[in-house]
Design a protein around this ligand. Structure first.
Ligand SMILES: N=NNCCOCCOc1ccc(-c2cn(C[C@@H]3NC[C@@H](O)[C@H]3O)nn2)cc1
Length: 448
């Protein structure tokens, strides 16, 4: 048995997001978001589930904080719902919204847990979507105003700030593939949204610096690792295009202030061009203090003419699958973060999401023996140690997710939590994976 161990200052945490756990969708002045609209539209979400109640964390956050304290985490990543702060997206601040998050932040600090806050985790105020949403550059300034209010309200309490979560999901998944809110299917629109979100990220970093806000700011991209099925130039080019779709398209602007030219050319061949205005790329590539990476899976791709957007088909090689039908591919975590370090330098990296969805059964004793999820975490923790040992500046890890919650278009069918949520009673029941992670945190390692 080998002992897997982590640096003393390694930050262990878990992650959630406002629309997925809070519920209370009309409480205390909250405005509607695009996810309320999307989930209330029949056929968009499995079983027509919605976030009206979710895990009811709006009223049960103290239970959640107690679970976090018992788990032993140093930090907790959650998101602030823009529609609770600006119900109409702009205009008057809703003080009750600020008051709610003050209670959550104060409860975390009292428990000795550092809040790590995501400003935008997909719940755009519907009022802004009605004016074009992220396709409209005015939304950039609305986001900066929202960010400024939050920076000022929590300066000194929140020390780790994430501007956006998974801009690929916000842009391509939601506006080209159409699987997430607002459910558009237009490539040019998706390219516009990606660009405007990245400009908004940069503008928020600028005002964070101008205000002298304490702490560190970064952003989170969901990176996947698609390898070429063979060494043939066609397979290598096809896999690279698909990998760049989720990776370079976002990481190059963020770190180097330019889009990858081979992808600009590819998108142009598909009829989409990036709406860059003078100064945009300098804004996007404002220096950040850390990069958040969400990693779930990877795989293998090979050239197939006219397959999808990139003439690339995914090749099944017999990997174990999660209930999302994603490969369990821990090596992909090592490869993608090694690539980040090689390509973008020594900016500290946090894994801001990693975890697995499996069908869970609650026993009569309120136990969940989630053997597969525990094995997933064990395998990915081993890769985390491997990364640190190889000199990658991996500073922390946030498990997705603390609780089973509203998994977007999959609704409540897909459970990612290390704590089981009983949606009838809203009781929380730690799973075996929770106790495994509790032990890893307590010992800062484990026997592999
Ligand atoms: N690429 N082509 N796809 C072809 C068709 O795909 C349709 C569906 O696609 C996807 C792709 C990715 C995801 C996804 C989910 N999470 C987990 C969340 N992360 C943020 C946090 O809120 C978690 O809930 N991360 N990623 C879902 C669906």
């Amino acid at each position: 048995m080998a002992r897997i161990h982590f640096p003393k200052d390694f930050v262990w945490g878990t992650a959630t997001a406002s629309y997925q756990i809070e519920g209370a969708y009309q409480e205390d002045g909250r405005g509607l978001s695009i996810w309320d609209t999307f989930s209330h539209t029949p056929g968009k979400v499995v079983n027509n589930d919605n976030g009206n109640v979710a895990c009811d964390s709006y009223h049960r956050y103290e239970e959640d904080v107690a679970l976090l304290k018992k788990l032993g985490v140093k930090a907790y990543r959650f998101s602030i719902a823009w529609p609770r702060i600006f119900p109409n997206g702009t205009g008057e601040v809703n003080e009750k919204g600020l008051a709610y998050y003050t209670k959550v932040v104060d409860a975390l600090l009292a428990a000795g847990i550092e809040p790590c806050v995501t400003l935008y985790h997909w719940d755009l105020p519907q009022a802004l979507q009605d004016k074009g949403g992220w396709d409209n550059r005015d939304t950039i300034q609305a986001f900066v105003k929202y960010a400024e209010v939050i920076f000022k309200a929590f300066d000194g309490k929140i020390k780790q700030w994430i501007t956006f979560n998974e801009t690929w999901c916000v842009s391509f998944l939601s506006n080209y593939i159409g699987a997430h809110a607002p459910g558009n299917t237009d490539l040019q629109l998706a390219v516009n949204v990606a660009h405007h979100c990245m400009v908004a990220h940069g503008e928020a970093v600028k005002i964070f610096r101008e205000l002298g806000v304490q702490g560190e700011i970064g952003t989170t991209h969901n990176l996947s690792w698609l390898e070429p099925y063979s060494t043939s130039p066609e397979d290598q080019a096809a896999a690279h295009r698909h990998r760049a779709y989720t990776n370079e398209w976002f990481m190059e602007p963020t770190f180097k202030g330019s889009y990858p030219q081979f992808m600009v050319d590819w998108f142009k061949s598909k009829g989409a061009e990036v709406p860059v205005l003078p100064g945009d790329m300098e804004t996007i590539s404002q220096k950040i203090d850390f990069i958040g990476v969400n990693y779930y899976s990877g795989g293998f791709g090979r050239y197939k003419k006219d397959e999808g957007l990139f003439d690339c088909e995914q090749v099944q090689l017999g990997f174990d699958k999660t209930y999302m039908d994603w490969n369990v591919y821990p090596d992909g975590l090592y490869k993608v973060l090694s690539w980040v370090h090689e390509e973008y330098g020594d900016t500290p990296i946090y894994i801001t999401e990693n975890g697995a969805c499996y069908e869970d059964t609650l026993t009569a004793e309120n136990k969940v023996h989630d053997v597969l999820r525990t094995a997933y975490y064990r395998k990915h923790f081993i890769q985390c140690e491997r990364l640190i040992e190889s000199g990658v500046p991996l500073k922390g890890y946030f498990a997705w997710s603390l609780l089973d919650n509203f998994e977007w278009a999959e609704g409540y069918l897909k459970r990612f939590g290390i704590v089981y949520t009983n949606y009838e009673t809203l009781e929380r029941h730690p799973k075996d994976s929770y106790y495994f992670i509790q032990d890893v945190i307590r010992n800062n390692g484990f026997e592999a």
